[in-house]
Design a protein around this ligand. Structure first.
Ligand code: 5GP
Length: 119
């Protein structure tokens, strides 16, 4: 639990079922859903459950391994479903880095040959 974590951030609300999202994967460790402003077709976000961490720096070590396994699992599912030419997996720490939602999340962004990078 991190002191600066805001339990009313939009992803925390999704985890509580207060805000809808298009779920693509969910288990006891993580939830994956479609990004509402996709940078490319299939842009997916993966967030950890039962943890109050704004970003990677605040993620408890014991929760990190299980969560990253889900990030890989969802990346593989995106690869299988969309067969992109490549996949960008990114994560931002702090506003100057581009972070806008303060619950840890990894972006999974399918890339196509010749398609310009959105970010
Ligand atoms: P960040 O810049 O913090 O790494 O990325 C936050 C991401 O969350 C952005 O890509 C943004 O489009 C996405 N996002 C923000 N609000 C919502 C929402 O209400 N629903 C969904 N599905 N995605 C959201």
């Amino acid at each position: 639990l991190h002191a600066d974590y805001d339990p009313d951030n939009i992803f925390a609300k999704m985890l509580r079922g207060e805000v809808p999202c298009v779920k693509v994967f969910e288990d006891d460790v993580a939830l994956a859903f479609m990004d509402i402003f996709p940078q490319a077709e299939g842009h997916t976000l993966v967030i950890p459950k039962d943890v109050e961490a704004r970003n990677l720096l605040e993620m408890p070590k014991d929760k990190l391994g299980p969560y990253m396994k889900r990030v890989q699992k969802v990346t593989k599912a995106v690869e299988k479903a969309l067969k992109p030419d490549g996949i960008v997996v990114t994560q931002f720490n702090g506003a100057p880095a581009g972070q806008t939602v303060y619950h840890l999340h990894f972006h999974i962004i399918p890339r196509r040959e010749g398609e310009p990078l959105g970010r």
